[in-house]
Design a binder for this molecule. Structure first.
Ligand code: PEP
Length: 250
């Protein structure tokens, strides 16, 4: 059985006070969701204080990105071991906004995934097609090259530290969710691809999340699909009540 994951990506939102206030509200609301891996990804500036606020709770801490070098003259970057040091267990890598606005490629995603795993973090690797690619029937080709490129060279045993998030770009922040069947189709494709690239056991054990306008009222339908193991949530993760309602889907 795969442990479901509900992860909240706060993007460029929340001061330290807002972030700690949010998790203090969230903790009691999700305390009973023991069977679910609950993760929040605040901005870098709030990680340390949110880590303190989460101590002893069942909510895990993620960063929204990392660099691939351990240290050096790389102004502005943050190393995976620094994220581990501040209390992160997870890191989001290759979000479509990073691909779109910050030049992230499958090659940089791949270096970041390897560095994150080496530092002991779980990498939440985002993939997803644009609307134009979907309309041109290129969804599977795009997903295949992003998954292959992002995970290239990883040994099968490293996959226990990888979570894939399928996030169709046309569904992120738009209020348009992929239908349960559309999402399931791509998730099944990804699991199958993992079996071909690695092995069946690793593919069966891997968590694949859906992301794109997940809300309290659509999470249940998505979670009943056999290959959907959780959600990466943007907008609805910013308020304790709505994120808790999603995390308590079961
Ligand atoms: C995201 O940013 O990963 C995301 C899925 O955003 P939203 O839930 O707002 O569509």
């Amino acid at each position: 059985m795969r442990t479901p994951v509900i992860a909240g990506n706060w993007k460029l939102f929340k001061t330290i006070g807002e972030a700690t206030g949010m998790v203090n509200d969230l903790k009691p609301l999700v305390a009973a969701a023991k069977g679910t891996e609950i993760v929040v990804a605040p901005p870098f500036t709030a990680l340390s204080r949110v880590a303190d606020a989460l101590a002893g709770s069942n909510v895990h801490l993620a960063a929204q990105d990392c660099y691939w070098e351990e240290e050096g003259a790389f102004t502005g970057e943050v190393a995976p071991k620094m994220l581990k040091d501040v209390g992160c267990s997870h890191v989001i890598i290759g979000h479509s906004e990073r691909r779109q606005y910050f030049g992230e490629t499958d090659a940089t995603v791949n270096k970041k995934v390897k560095a994150a795993i080496n530092a002991g973090l779980t990498a939440i690797v985002c993939v997803g097609e644009t609307l134009a690619e979907r309309e041109a029937n290129k969804t599977f080709a795009v997903i295949e090259s992003q998954v292959r490129g992002g995970l290239e060279g990883l040994p099968p045993e490293a996959l226990s530290k990888v979570i894939i998030a399928y996030e169709p770009v046309w569904a992120i922040g738009t209020g348009k969710t992929a239908s349960d069947a559309q999402a399931q189709e791509v998730h099944a494709f990804i699991r199958n691809l993992m079996a071909r690239c690695f092995d069946q056991g690793s593919a069966d054990g891997m968590r694949i999340l859906y992301g794109g306008s997940v809300k309290p009222d659509n999470v249940k339908g998505l979670m009943t699909q056999p290959d959907i193991d959780g959600a990466l949530v943007g907008g609805a993760s910013l308020k304790a009540e709505s994120f808790a309602a999603i995390a308590n889907f079961a």
